[in-house]
Design a protein around this ligand. Structure first.
Ligand SMILES: [Zn+2]
Length: 235
């Protein structure tokens, strides 16, 4: 049989465990949200890195074009000079310069082709990758919204859990409350457990015969001689 005090302690324990669940959730939810936010930042950084790579290739392409234009201007200048020089050596020297510049142009053209090819590939890859990353960000943002909603809901539940606990606590007389709190200190819930077949429902160890009969009699609060939890017998 279960005494009145034990019944009240079981109710208080139930409320305590609910409150603990709420407190644990409130501790974990901000951490989960921070993790979620960190994953979003990482995904955004990956998108930005892809965009940066494209910008770099575009800049490289432009600088090659600028260089080509300047070499071409130089060639025009050499050709104009050739029209003015009198000596054959000077003419030859300019021809040599024009040939060198021509090779430079041809090198720059191949370089530009490579960059354009790379740019094309990067744009294609980036478009697909960005789509995939944006999809992931959207998923994370939905998750984040769910976590925020849950936190708000649990915050509301905490107030209810606290007052439910207070109501259950008010039912206990002082000695019973002291005993309950004393046992609760340093032990994980549940701290009021059923004893069945001579065994404590908390630590699962066999209790002494004296404790077994005390628990059955249910005249006073009896604790497990191994773990210290409060025992009751449902039979
Ligand atoms: Zn025990």
């Amino acid at each position: 049989m279960v005494s009145d005090a034990l019944t009240k302690m079981l109710i208080l324990q139930d409320r305590d465990m609910k409150l603990q669940q709420v407190e644990d959730a409130l501790k974990n939810l901000p951490v989960e949200q921070r993790d979620c936010q960190a994953r979003i930042e990482t995904l955004k950084a990956a998108i930005e890195a892809g965009r940066q790579r494209i910008r770099e290739l575009e800049t490289k392409g432009k600088s090659i074009e600028t260089e080509m234009a300047s070499v071409e201007t130089q060639i025009v200048k050499y050709k104009n000079q050739q029209l003015q020089v009198k000596k054959n050596e000077e003419y030859q020297a300019l021809t040599h310069e024009i040939e060198t510049a021509g090779r430079k142009i041809s090198d720059l053209e191949s370089e530009e082709l490579e960059v354009l090819y790379e740019l094309d590939e990067a744009r294609k890859t980036h478009a697909e990758e960005e789509k995939r990353l944006l999809g992931q960000i959207e998923m994370e943002q939905r998750e984040l919204a769910v976590l925020r909603e849950k936190e708000e809901r649990v915050k509301g539940e905490r107030a209810a859990a606290v007052s439910a606990r207070e109501a259950a606590d008010a039912e206990l007389d002082n000695p019973t409350r002291s005993k309950y709190l004393q046992v609760a200190r340093g032990l994980a819930f549940p701290i009021v457990v059923e004893m069945s077949a001579h065994k404590c429902g908390g630590c699962h160890m066999r209790v002494s015969n004296a404790i077994d009969s005390d628990v059955r009699a249910a005249r006073e609060i009896t604790t497990c001689d191994n773990c210290g939890r409060i025992l009751y017998s449902a039979s």
